[in-house]
Ligand binder design. Structure first.
Ligand code: NAD
Length: 324
C-alpha cells in the first residue's frame, strides 16, 4: 500500500526494508524521536509490514506528527535514508558469517529494487554479516561508496563503552573507546586510544585507584564482543541497542552532524588494507560517509585489523564458490 497521493517531496523520509525485530524496533525509536516526517516499512511479508505500520501509527497521538505506512520499493525514490534490516538472524550457536549465503541472496533481490526506484539518498545496511553485505551492496548498487554505510561496530562499540563505564564508575557517554574491524568474532578493541574525560584510560584508572590488568581488559572486551551470543541464548534476538545505534546514525545523516561513529565502509589503503568493508571511526554527515579517520594504531591493533580484513575477504570470496 503506497501513499503516493500524500507524497510531499520536501518531507524527510526514511524507508525501512525488513520490518522484523530490528526494523520495527528502529522504526519505533525513529517515530518517538520525531526526527523524520515519514516512515515507510517494506517487507517481503506484506502483512507484517502492515501490522507494524498500524501499531506504530497508533503511537502518533502520543508522540509526533509523522506518517507511517507499509509501502513498496517505489517509496525509496523520495527517501533521504533507506535502512536495510531484512534477512535471517543468527540462531543460537551460529556466527554472523554463517548467515552470508542466505542474506546475500536476499540482498540480490532488494538492492536492484532500491536503485531502480531512483533513490538518491544514503543507504544504511544493518543485516548481518553487515560488513560483507555492505561490500556487496556497494558493488551491486553502483552507488558511490560514501552513500553506503554499514552499521558495523557501532553496537560493539556501544557495548564496549558500557562495559568500561561499569568498571570505571562513569557515565558511558564520557567513555571514548572503539571496537574496529569486523562486526563479529575478529573485531579488535583500540585500547591505545581509549580515554575518559580527556585522560588516557590508564591515567584515568590510576587517578580513580582502579587496577586495569590485561585480564580485566580482555574480560571487558570479550563481554562486549560476545554480547549478541549471550543475549540470543536468552531471548532469541537483539534489537533495542541496534535500533538506538541506527537512530544515532540516521540522525547524524539527516541533521548533517559530522558525527564520529564507528561504522562500516569501503576501505582503501588503510594500514595496507584495501577493497573490503569494515568499521573504523568515521565522520558521518548528510553526504553519508564523509571520511574514515586515520587512527594511529598500536602495532598489535593494526595486525588485528589486517586479520579482520582477511577474515572478511575470505567470506566475500566464499560467495563466489558454488560449494558454499
Ligand atoms: P527478523 O527475522 O525478525 O526480521 C527479518 C525481516 O526481514 C522479516 O520480517 C522478513 O519477512 C524480512 N525479509 C526477509 N526476506 C526479505 C526480502 N527479500 N525482502 C524484504 N524483507 C525480507 O530478523 P531481525 O532480528 O530483525 O534481524 C534482521 C537482521 O539484522 C539479521 O541479519 C540480524 O543478524 C541483523 N542484526 C544486525 C545487528 C547489527 O548490529 N548490525 C544487530 C542485530 C541484528
Amino acid at each position: 500500500m503506497s501513499l503516493e497521493h500524500l507524497d510531499t517531496p520536501s518531507a524527510t523520509r526514511v524507508v525501512v526494508i525488513g520490518a522484523g525485530f530490528v526494523g520495527s524496533t528502529f522504526a519505533y525509536t525513529l517515530l518517538l524521536s520525531g526526527l523524520t516526517a515519514e516512515i515507510v516499512l517494506v517487507d517481503a511479508n506484506q502483512a507484517r509490514a502492515e501490522g507494524e505500520a498500524m501499531d506504530l501509527s497508533h503511537a502518533l497521538p502520543f508522540s509526533h506528527a509523522s506518517r507511517v505506512w507499509a509501502g513498496d520499493y517505489a517509496d525509496c525514490a523520495q527517501a533521504d535514508v533507506v535502512v536495510i534490516s531484512a534477512g535471517v538472524n543468527q540462531k543460537p550457536g551460529e556466527s554472523r558469517l554463517d548467515l552470508v549465503r542466505r542474506n546475500a541472496d536476499i540482498f540480490d533481490q532488494i538492492i536492484p529494487r532500491v536503485t531502480n526506484s531512483g533513490f538518491k539518498g544514503v543507504l544504511v545496511v544493518a543485516t548481518n554479516p553487515v560488513d560483507v553485505l555492505t561490500y556487496l551492496t556497494i558493488k551491486k548498487s553502483g552507488l558511490p561508496p560514501q552513500r553506503v554505510i554499514g552499521s558495523g561496530t557501532i553496537l560493539d562499540t556501544a557495548r564496549f563503552r558500557f562495559e568500561l563505564s561499569q568498571y570505571c564508575g562513569v557515565d558511558p557517554r564520557n567513555v571514548h573507546a572503539y571496537i574496529i574491524g569486523e562486526h563479529g568474532d575478529s573485531s579488535r578493541p583500540v585500547w591505545s586510544g581509549a580515554s575518559i574525560g580527556g585522560m588516557p584510560l590508564l591515567d584515568y584508572c590510576q587517578a580513580r585507584g582502579l587496577e586495569l590488568s590485561s585480564a580485566t581488559q580482555e574480560q571487558m572486551f570479550h563481554r562486549a564482543r560476545d554480547a549478541a551470543r549471550d543475549i540470543i541464548a536468552r531471548k532469541g534476538a537483539t534489537y533495542y541497542a541496534i535500533a538506538a545505534g541506527l537512530l544515532r546514525l540516521v540522525e547524524a545523516i539527516l541533521r548533517d552532524q559530522n558525527t564520529v561513529l564507528c561504522v562500516s565502509s569501503m576501505v582503501h589503503g588503510y594500514e595496507g588494507i584495501s577493497d573490503v568493508c569494515l568499521s573504523l571511526p568515521s565522520i558521518v554527515n548528510r553526504s553519508g560517509l564523509a571520511q574514515v579517520l586515520p587512527l594511529k594504531l598500536a602495532p598489535d591493533e593494526a595486525d588485528g585489523l589486517r586479520h579482520s580484513a582477511q577474515v572478511l575477504k575470505t567470506s566475500i570470496a566464499s560467495l563466489e564458490s558454488p560449494a558454499n
